[in-house]
Design a protein around this ligand. Structure first.
Ligand SMILES: [Zn+2]
Ligand SMILES: [Zn+2]
Length: 321
């Protein structure tokens, strides 16, 4: 865009200014991502060089975010046909595009099913009607997020597998975040399970709805053997049944998966399975090399007063820088 020589100089300058605007807008977006919460510490990939801080302090104009979207969306138009079939199972509310060696999944993270975690005035609100007699609604409501996952287009087994982090480790085909088997401070899910709604999800402190276990809405709708989503390493997640048989942890390796052909991958692929017992979706980390996660802005509700202090996220050995 800057190759114009002596002609069209004015246009070149205008373009350069537009680029600067977009840069500012991008920096602005990234800045807002870094506020961590107890359950969702900032991912290591969100670190921003300190030198950018002064720029980031400039508030982005309200119209900035939409300006950035078309820029990113251009890339994939012709490449969409190359997407593995699994990506075609994602809901139309999820933006799926290819950027280089990565598939970019963007979602607002809001479930496509009712929940007691919508506001009572919201038509999507539904009182709890699940089977857990110990259900106890947690504080907080669902709010829109700005989830951006970049997952490898051609997932590869990792030479040095990384642990999963708190916060999103993948995305379900309805655009809802998938979390691992831990709650805040990397503690096993305990009483938190009792706050899962009738579809097995709940929001964290910033209103990000997520599943730690089987998303009952998806398996009821698509079947217990269906594709549930993908983890950040690009490997797919399937439901708790296969060939009419319920999968148990004993059928799976330490990462909670195994390899064979599936409906979406006729040549065979490594894939995770959901089981009814811990660790539910993923075991000892990513089987493959994970891509990156941006949380963008979102989650309007501030943490409630008296919320537990934010645990300092520990970078995992072998994790991404
Ligand atoms: Zn949770
Ligand atoms: Zn399988």
């Amino acid at each position: 865009m800057h190759r114009g020589k002596n002609f069209a100089r004015g246009a070149t300058i205008a373009l350069a200014r537009a680029s600067v605007l977009i840069l500012f807008a991008s920096v602005g977006c990234i800045t807002i991502q870094v506020a961590p919460t107890p359950e969702l510490p900032a991912a290591p990939t969100q670190n921003i060089p300190a030198t950018r801080a002064p720029i980031a302090a400039t508030p982005a104009p309200p119209t900035a975010a939409p300006k950035v979207e078309p820029t990113r969306a251009q890339t994939p138009a012709t490449a969409a046909g190359n997407l593995p079939a699994a990506y075609k199972k994602f809901a139309s509310t999820v933006s799926v595009s290819i950027e280089g060696d990565f598939v970019v999944l963007k979602s607002n993270g809001v479930p496509d099913h009712p929940s007691p975690y919508f506001d009572r005035s919201d038509p999507r609100y539904a009182a709890y009607n699940g089977t857990n007699r110990n259900y106890q609604q947690a504080p907080g409501k669902i709010s829109e997020q700005n989830l951006v996952l970049r997952v490898p287009l051609n997932p590869q087994k990792a030479a040095n597998p990384a642990r999963t982090q708190l916060g999103p480790i993948g995305m379900a085909i309805n655009g809802v975040a998938i979390f691992n088997q831990f709650q805040a401070q990397n503690q096993p899910l305990g009483n938190e399970i009792n706050s899962f709604d009738q579809f097995n999800g709940h929001p964290q402190q910033e209103g990000m709805y997520h599943y730690h276990v089987e998303p009952l809405f998806l398996t009821a709708k698509n079947g217990k053997a269906s594709l549930i989503g993908l983890l950040l390493d690009g490997f797919p997640v399937y439901g708790p049944e296969e060939n009419g048989k319920t999968i148990t942890n004993n059928d799976l390796d330490g990462f909670h998966g195994h390899s064979h052909a599936t409906s979406e991958y006729s040549d065979g692929i490594y894939h995770y399975h959901i089981t009814a017992e811990s660790p539910y979706i993923n075991g000892n980390g990513y089987y493959g090399t994970p891509g990156t996660l941006d949380r963008g802005q979102g989650g309007q509700p501030p943490a409630p007063p008296g919320a537990p202090p934010v645990g300092s996220p520990q970078p995992k050995p072998g994790g991404r820088p």
